[in-house]
Design a protein around this ligand. Structure first.
Ligand SMILES: C=C1C[C@]23C[C@@]1(O)CC[C@H]2[C@@]12CC[C@H](O)[C@@](C)(C(=O)O1)[C@H]2[C@@H]3C(=O)O
Ligand SMILES: O=C(O)CCC(=O)C(=O)O
Ligand SMILES: [Fe+2]
Length: 355
């Protein structure tokens, strides 16, 4: 058992070391406040969270099965979206090679020096400002996300890559194309199971409105105090996620946090706020977060299936739980809440009853 005096010294030492991105430097005041007050022997104990296997759905049944198989598969997708808000899929159309290449590329991209990643002009042909790290609005460690990310609008996934990164665009391009059509397919199935044969998603969720987010979670010296990504729901219709073998993704099920067991072959699908509103609370946009560890870095890639800013989100059934809102209004409200409160409020802001 480490004495808490020794632990404190070690932590102080670790937190004063250089890191990329420079969390220690930028958030020094937050660390100093927390270390002195909170790191006691009790806090050294890691909170145990049960590990679970998400519902696993084989998508080959949609293309190769008979009518019964196809229907069964669609029902499983709808049921998991209602009961879990999360599920994983295999035979999704993205080869293991592409998934491995994505992981390898991410390592190379994030390894570039911090100054290059934050450069004002374009980096790797992604728009300026696509690189993000930490949480600029955090006022305490609990509001800090110990991660860095590239937010890449699908339109930026260029066909003329910069020298040295020629295979990058082709790999991301293949990944993006396949996940885009998978997202469309899943959205249509989810609409159909609510009784809607809808062209809504084809009309409103175009490549120009969707984006990829490549995440890197560096090892963190105080994993019990800082999240990799703080608890949130996604502000889109649905998200398609690929995580590496490290693990760290957790979600709320039956009022408890549980961790998702990594499955390198699977893609994780989660329902976002917009689908919860569109389905009038039938499908669930569930809180999730990423926890850090002190030993290894972790990578993931998320594809956010979003409509254009002018799209009006209204429920497909009456009486509607939420008032109508445009995606622009929703994003602005989320940004305002994050600025003012440190985290997003999300759908509760748009409840009919609260008007
Ligand atoms: C500080 C925050 C920004 C964020 C919402 C949050 O409260 C916590 C996580 C952030 C995140 C991560 C994934 C998505 O990019 C995002 C749009 C989301 O839904 O949760 C962002 C939020 C944001 O930037 O609005
Ligand atoms: O990295 C992960 O596993 C989750 C990422 C996530 O939730 C997000 O980018 O919205
Ligand atoms: Fe998320």
């Amino acid at each position: 058992m480490v004495k808490s005096g020794t632990l404190l010294e070690t932590l102080k030492q670790q937190l004063s070391m250089d890191s990329d991105p420079p969390f220690h430097e930028a958030y020094k005041t937050l660390f100093d406040k927390t270390i002195e007050k909170k790191i006691t022997p009790k806090n050294e104990q890691v909170v145990m969270v049960e590990e679970c296997e998400l519902p696993l759905i084989d998508l080959s049944r949609l293309d190769h099965g008979d009518e019964g198989e196809r229907e069964g598969c669609k029902l499983e997708i709808a049921r998991a979206s209602q009961e879990w808000g999360f599920f994983q899929v295999v035979n999704h159309g993205i080869s293991c090679e592409i998934l491995e290449e994505m992981r390898f590329m991410q390592e190379r991209v994030f390894k570039q020096p911090f100054d290059i990643k934050t450069k004002e002009d374009k980096y790797l042909n992604f728009s300026a400002g696509s690189y993000r790290w930490g949480t600029p609005t955090a006022t305490c460690l609990r509001q800090l996300s110990w991660s860095e990310a590239f937010h890449i609008p699908l339109l930026d996934i260029s066909t003329s890559p910069p020298a040295g990164f020629d295979s990058l665009s082709s790999t991301i391009g293949q990944f993006a194309t396949t996940v885009s059509s998978l997202a469309q397919k899943l959205a249509e199935i989810l609409a159909e199971k609510l009784g809607h044969k809808s062209t809504f998603f084809q009309e409103h969720c175009l490549p120009s409105t969707c984006y990829l987010r490549m995440n890197r979670y560096p090892p963190c010296p105080i994993p019990s105090e800082v999240f990799g990504l703080m608890p949130h729901t996604d502000s889109d219709f649905l998200t398609i996620l690929h995580q590496d073998q490290v693990g760290g993704l957790q979600l709320v099920k039956d009022d408890k946090w549980i961790s998702v067991k990594p499955n390198p072959e699977a893609l994780i699908i989660n329902i976002g706020d917009l689908f919860q509103a569109w389905s009038n609370d039938v499908y669930k946009s569930v809180q999730h977060r990423v926890v850090t560890n002190s030993l290894v870095e972790r990578f993931s890639t998320a594809y956010f299936f979003c409509p254009s800013y002018d799209t009006v989100i209204h429920s497909c059934h009456e009486p509607s739980v939420y008032r109508k809102f445009s995606f622009r209004e929703y994003r602005q409200q989320v940004q305002e809440d994050v600025q003012k409160l440190g985290s997003k409020i999300g759908l509760p802001r748009f409840l009919v009853q609260s008007q």
